[in-house]
Write a protein that binds this ligand. Structure first.
Ligand code: 26Q
Length: 746
């Protein structure tokens, strides 16, 4: 009985405890229950190696997966505590930047749920992704503290030596239990530098980047705009891979020469890709010949590519390897020799003429699988971005369209919608997401339409309450909620959304009266050294003030830029969304996963034919999605010909000109900073590398149509129903089953 368990954990009376004390009690009770859950097991095992795991808060997730949420809530209530305060107290481990890290977290959830023998391996950053604080309409960064109270992280006795250059370090393993739904549990193993020194951190997120014996696991991805930052990042990768391999090799020490029969290492983007070299080295040290080691490693490793942006493809100077462990250099050269026998094409070489090691090349040549994360993405990899590799290894390339865990993104974050779905189609969808399809039969049912609209309104109210309580923001729940939540990047084109907003302001000032108020939500962090991204944030915050202070405009619109967007904020924003902004420049967004979370919660997608949007469109049909913009092949051609000239759009389209020029209007300059605004203005006209202006007209047209369609509430509700009913394909249970069927075979 939960009641007895709760009451027996502490001698103190629950009624007189603080939130912090109650939290510790609940934590202990839940952890005890988790101990009883069976761990995934089996002969063959997959290790998901990733520099990021953006797991989010765990308490609610775990209580619900154990089926003890309501019971605990009731006991707390009897004793004068509100379970949501306790949930709020749970720290959020933000050990990731965005999509790639969140995907890894969804994958672990599905691995545990499906009972697949797999574990996560990564790093225990003391401070996760920085905390975003707005000051004078500018993003500033402070450290994200998540380890200051007892929580889910468990210290183990396992410590491995790691030598970096002439520095001898110790790596300690920590564990976090990951609980599946009605399933088993697995473990996320995070390695940490034993000699870490948190006092190294100064103001904001500044710290001494040289002292790797003290700083190695302090921060998630420190600054990569400087040489020391880059070397530190490299050392982090080395530390992660070396520690992870120590664990893997210890666990399978009796089967080393047949490692590939017992182990798969899934390399999450290139960040852990030096596992190829380090595993060859480790096998050689244990008596395996170089040739055999290459063979074993190539049959053990599999690589996932998450990006088509050339600048994100990692290359490391060979002297970085040398500085960390000089013995790696001859191995790299021998691998390069092998590559040279397979192809002389410069595009597929491992080491280039500048002595840089191409990490994607390493991962592709010496693994048995390379996958993209959405159909279009994989197609672009095969046909253009990684064409030369795909020609060499046609059977190795495969697609695994991303997915999301429906536990967190439907069952926990939108309980109202979940129970309503259950009332109509039963609860099979909780075990098999495609069972949601049965909901489509209700699309013309007036009562269901009304309920679906009512649930949306109530989720807007939930968001409104949350924003009022935590950020002192007041919003209008009778408004269209237009939401763009994702990392700030020019290719994602938050700036295109901004130009629409400015255009709308100008139209309203010109006498146009929109039929309904729209709230434009943004949630987004910019990399600390990404200047233009920060200028975009500044412009949006400045615009937000101008609109708020303008009586006429604020009757029709509001901009809400949610500070410090993270998994917790996402759980409030996503259920409340009407229009999901997925407006990346076609060919640039590998997949996107926010698009899936939003459709599942009944938002309609306004998007380009990019990433997984293409598959969303295929599943819902073109009447139930708002597609605009140029197609990826046309965009790719523009890049090849280098013939996009933003100034031509600016000069020839008065609407574009007016919207762009508004950035440096007197009104903006009075509320914002000239430096930031003028720089962004100049960028639009002279560069605009991600072709914002090419899609402006089409975007405005389709977005206007979308907002007008909102007024036909019955038709809109029908589209919502079709979206929810067809989201099943995007469950990470499906994705993981696909990985297992085609790649892992555990
Ligand atoms: C690389 C070099 C130096 C410093 C940092 C990095 C770096 C760090 C993080 C490069 C990439 C990332 C993260 C990439 C990422 O999140 N990609 C997203 O992955 C999602 C899951 O597959 C996709 O849905 C998104 O489309 C993709 O952008």
């Amino acid at each position: 009985m939960i009641r007895n368990e709760i009451l027996s954990v502490s001698d103190k009376d629950l009624k007189s405890m603080s939130t912090a004390e109650v939290y510790e009690v609940v934590l202990e009770v839940v952890q005890n229950r988790i101990k009883e859950v069976e761990h995934v097991k089996g002969d063959r095992k997959v290790y998901y190696m990733s520099a990021e795991f953006l797991i989010g808060k765990l308490l609610t997730n775990n209580m619900m997966n154990l089926g003890i949420y309501d019971e605990i809530g009731a006991v707390l209530k009897e004793n004068g505590h509100d379970i949501s305060d306790i949930e709020g107290f749970d720290p959020e481990p933000s050990l990731g930047n965005g999509g790639l890290g969140r995907l890894a977290a969804c994958f672990l959830d599905s691995i545990a749920t499906l009972g697949i023998n797999g574990e996560g391996l990564g790093l225990n950053y003391h401070f996760g992704l920085f905390k975003q604080v707005f000051r004078n309409h500018l993003q500033t960064e402070t450290k994200d503290v998540w380890l200051d109270i007892p929580s889910w992280l468990r210290k183990t006795d396992v410590v491995y030596p790691v030598q970096i250059g002439d520095v001898s370090l110790k790596s300690r393993m920590y564990e976090i239990d990951v609980l599946g739904y009605r399933g088993k549990k697995t473990t996320l193993r995070l390695f940490d530098l034993e000699s870490i020194d948190e006092t190294l951190v100064g103001e904001g997120i500044r710290f001494d980047q040289e002292a790797i014996d003290k700083n190695l696991t302090l921060f998630l991805y420190p600054d990569d705009s400087t040489e020391t930052g880059l070397r530190l990042r490299f050392a982090q990768q080395y530390f992660m891979v070396k520690s992870g391999l120590s664990y893997i090799l210890e666990s399978h020490k009796d089967v080393l020469t047949e490692l590939h029969k017992h182990v798969v290492i899934q390399i999450n983007d290139t960040h852990p890709s030096m596992v190829v070299v380090l595993l060859i080295q480790a096998l050689q040290e244990r008596g395996v010949s170089f040739e055999d080691a290459v063979e074993i490693v190539s049959n053990t490793c599999a690589y996932t590519n998450h990006t088509i942006l050339a600048e994100a493809l990692e290359t490391w100077p060979i002297n970085y390897f040398e500085a960390v462990d000089a013995d790696l250099v001859p191995i790299l050269h021998k691998l390069q020799d092998i590559v040279a026998t397979r192809s002389t094409d410069p595009k597929v070489q491992l080491i280039d003429e500048n002595n840089k090691v191409h990490m994607a090349s390493l991962a592709i040549h010496f693994s048995f699988s390379t996958n993209g994360v959405a159909a279009l993405h994989t197609e672009i990899l095969v046909k253009s971005e990684l064409k030369e590799f795909a020609d060499l290894y046609p059977t190795r390339f495969n697609n695994k369209t991303n997915g999301i865990t429906f536990r967190r993104w439907l069952q926990f974050s939108n309980r109202e919608l979940t129970s309503f779905l259950e009332s109509r189609i039963g609860d099979e969808f909780k075990d098999e997401a495609t069972a949601l399809k049965a909901f489509e039969a209700f699309k013309d049912d007036k009562e269901v339409q009304d309920s679906i609209l009512a649930i949306k309104t109530s989720q807007k109210e939930r968001l409104a309450k949350h924003l009022a309580a935590t950020k002192n923001i007041t919003i209008n729940t009778n408004s269209i909620f237009d939401i763009q939540i994702k990392r700030l990047h020019e290719y994602k084109r938050q700036q295109l959304n901004m130009l629409y907003i400015i255009d709308l302001m100008l139209r309203i000032r010109d006498g146009y009266k929109p039929s309904r108020h729209v709230t434009f939500f943004f949630g987004s962090k910019a990399a600390p050294a990404y200047i233009i991204a920060k200028d975009i944030i500044h412009s949006l915050l400045t615009l937000s003030e101008i609109i708020a202070n303008d009586k006429e405009l604020s009757q029709y619109m509001q901009i809400v830029f949610v500070e410090n967007y993270n998994v917790t904020e996402a759980e409030y924003l996503i259920p409340a969304c009407d229009v999901s902004e997925q407006i990346s420049l076609a060919s640039k967004e590998a997949s996107g996963t926010g698009n899936m979370k939003l459709m599942l919660n009944g938002a309609l997608t306004l998007g380009t034919l990019d990433g997984a949007n293409v598959e969303i469109k295929d599943h819902v049909g073109e009447d139930n999605i708002y597609i605009f913009g140029k197609h990826s092949d046309e965009i790719i051609e523009h890049y090849e010909k280098a013939d996009y000239v933003s100034r031509e759009y600016y000069d020839n389209d008065p609407r574009i000109k007016a919207a762009v020029d508004f950035l440096i209007s007197d009104e903006m300059l009075a509320a914002g900073n000239k430096d930031n605004l003028a720089r962004l203005h100049h960028e639009f006209i002279t560069k605009d590398w991600f072709m914002t202006l090419i899609d402006f007209e089409d975007y405005v047209t389709v977005k206007d149509t979308c907002f007008n369609d909102y007024e036909d509430r019955a038709t809109w509700a029908k589209k919502m129903i079709v979206n929810i009913a067809n989201a099943g394909f995007f469950s990470s249970d499906r994705t993981i089953a696909d990985y297992n069927r085609d790649i892992w075979k555990v």
